[in-house]
Design a binder for this molecule. Structure first.
Ligand code: KIV
Length: 256
């Protein structure tokens, strides 16, 4: 069974058509702008930790942080699907996973996302059984960065590729409507996109041509210059524009 509200169903039906656009949003004005620009889904990702809260990675993000930002995005009333990320250690058991998902939905999320494959099957099934759409996340799992000692590409060997496929199948059995695939080598990302019946939404998967792409909005806008992942292709230089605008403002104020 897949829990699909109308909006999550729209995403699911885009399997095989390509071009699904998922962007992170953590606040009201960004959510409005991205929705007006035509994004298909807004992910209130736990990348919030680095992009907004100043943490080194996602592992210090709490459910309270997420609820605060999901609510801000929901106030924008977007047409796009709002997906709320489940922070680390908020889905350690199926019961806890369901409580967390319900809290995110109460704050305004229309779907939730969690990281991992086979070991999350029961948790995804519990959330889906309650009628809440779930997005999976496979490949490089940012919540495991400390355990793994850094970020690395996944799916390089046939064994790793098979394990990812097995994880994706477990998530589909449990009822996910889409899966984020992060930092997976092209051949494996193509294999999963071809074999898995729900949209695979890539990030850092090269030219794998998944069913869509998810991007951190600061990366698209060039708004977070202190760390830019190597696969990112910024479409603007908001950091530069901000520095220049503020320098002009400071010059004007100091002259008066
Ligand atoms: O938290 C996030 O923004 C994410 C995306 C990078 C997929 O999980």
């Amino acid at each position: 069974m897949t829990a699909t509200t109308e909006k999550a169903g729209d995403v699911l039906r885009r399997k095989g058509t390509g071009g699904l656009v998922v962007l992170t949003a953590y606040d009201f004005p960004t959510a409005r702008l991205l929705d007006e620009a035509g994004a298909d889904a807004l992910l209130v990702g736990d990348s919030l930790g680095m992009m907004v809260l100043g943490f080194p990675d996602t592992t210090e993000v709490t459910l309270d942080h997420m609820l605060h930002h999901v609510a801000a995005v929901a106030r924008a009333g977007p047409r796009a699907l709002i997906v709320g990320d489940m922070p680390i250690h908020t889905y350690d058991t199926p019961e806890q996973a369901l409580d967390t998902a319900r809290a995110l939905v109460a704050a305004g999320a229309e779907a939730v996302k969690l990281e991992g494959g086979v070991r999350q099957e029961q948790k995804v099934a519990a959330i889906v059984a309650a009628g809440i759409p779930v997005m999976g996340h496979l490949g490089m799992l940012p919540q495991r960065v400390r355990e793994e000692g850094g970020y690395s590409r996944k799916g390089k060997t046939p064994e790793q590729s098979d394990a990812l496929l097995e994880g994706a199948r477990a998530l589909v059995r449990a009822g996910v409507f889409a899966i984020v695939l992060e930092s997976v080598v092209v051949a494996t990302a193509r294999r999963l996109t071809a074999e898995i019946p729900v949209p695979m939404i890539g990030i850092g998967c090269g030219d794998a041509r998944c069913d869509g792409e998810v991007a951190v909005i600061q990366d698209v806008l060039g708004a977070f210059p202190w760390f830019v992942p190597p696969f990112v292709k910024p479409e603007a230089d908001l950091a530069g524009a901000t520095r220049e605008a503020v320098a002009r403002h400071i010059a004007r104020v100091r002259k008066t």
